[in-house]
Write a protein that binds this ligand. Structure first.
Ligand code: PEP
Ligand code: MN
Length: 336
């Protein structure tokens, strides 16, 4: 149940609603909007439906949410959420570019990439130190030394860093360096990891699993939000279909559906969907035309020698033109 307070509700009215919710053993989650406060009552449905919220002072209306996800539902925050990643804003009328190599491989590869990413106009640097690889014989990432290189990239360029966490035991060391924790496609339903990142305060970039529905993605975000961390950005990165010409099939509709069903920002990752560099630009354009709030793209100083995902990496000197073209579509569709 969402209890929407009137614009002129007093703090004592808000406190009264919270006390009534907590008084029957339910949880109250308060969202302070610019104009009004919304309180989510979560717990036993039977208890919630009988509570006379609309008779309480300062309450405008009480909206039952029958959906299985609540904190991430659009009704919870009708104005939309803008997530702050190290001072860079993602969501609603901000078009945010996240770029960098798939994996952090060496100091020269990392620093050269970071400097080029900044020069091309991207606002956030990506790069994996811990890599979830399909084969145990593939490069697994540099691990902690990779995190140190990311910290160095941030010192040199000032760009906030997005990097993946694949194990709840690594959350502390990763969040010492990261401005945003990426949960990859393979971990979208690692519920323990989702709950743990929900209990810390760095924003979370949640990628869609390649065999998961949009509703399952929303439920995974609900795990994070339920832990207290509502700074979540969705990422559509393609799903597995019968089509073989691309690595995955970019589900463009999912971007629009997420924008309607949730108040959280949505970005598109055309690199993992395409799996080949020549299709990265058209897929990014499609994603932004469908309403994506940003783009995450893989780049590499020498794609042919990359230790992971080289086939889909743009060269560093291609990034500026890529960003310019995507931005033009964002302007054309009125996103910025
Ligand atoms: C990545 O971003 O490098 C990555 C591993 O992506 P995904 O989890 O979408 O496969
Ligand atoms: Mn990759």
């Amino acid at each position: 149940m969402l209890v929407v307070m009137r614009q002129d509700a007093a703090k004592s009215d808000v406190d009264h609603v919270i006390a009534s919710i907590e008084g029957v053993g339910l949880q109250a989650h308060v969202s302070e909007g610019k104009f009004r406060t919304i309180i989510g009552a979560v717990g036993d449905r039977e208890l919630i439906v009988d509570m006379p919220f609309e008779a309480m002072p300062g309450v405008e209306k009480a909206i039952p949410i029958s959906k299985p996800f609540k904190f991430v539902a659009s009704e919870f925050k009708p104005g939309g959420t803008v997530v702050d990643i190290g001072g860079v804003l993602v969501g609603r009328s901000h078009m945010t570019f996240i770029a960098g190599p798939c994996s952090i491989e060496s100091d020269t590869q990392a620093i050269e990439s970071a400097i080029a990413v900044k020069a091309a106009g991207a606002q956030l640097l990506r790069g994996g130190a811990f890599k979830p690889r399909t084969s145990p014989y593939s490069f697994q990432g540099l691990g902690r030394p990779g995190l140190e290189l990311l910290a160095e990239c941030r010192r040199v360029t000032g760009l906030p860093v997005v990097t993946e966490v694949i194990d709840a035991r690594d959350i502390d060391p990763v969040s010492e360096v990261a401005d945003c924790l990426q949960i990859g496609a393979r971990n979208m339903q690692n519920f323990l990891l989702l709950s743990e990142v929900g209990r810390q305060d760095k924003p979370v970039l949640l990628k869609r699993g390649f065999s998961n529905t949009v509703e399952e993605l929303l439920m995974s975000a609900e795990y994070v939000a339920k832990g207290g961390n509502a700074d979540i950005v969705f990422c559509e990165r393609g799903i597995r279909t019968f089509e073989k010409t691309t690595r995955a099939t970019l589900d463009v509709a999912a971007i629009s559906v997420l924008r309607k069903q949730s108040h959280l920002p949505v970005i598109v990752d055309p690199s993992h969907a395409a799996g080949r560099a020549d299709l990265v630009l058209p897929l990014a354009l499609a994603g932004v035309a469908a309403g994506a709030d940003g783009v995450m793209v893989e780049v590499h100083p020498d794609p042919s020698s990359a230790l992971s995902d080289g086939e889909q990496a743009l060269r560093l000197d291609e990034l500026k033109d890529f960003i310019d073209q995507v931005r033009a579509v964002a302007v054309a569709v009125g996103s910025i």
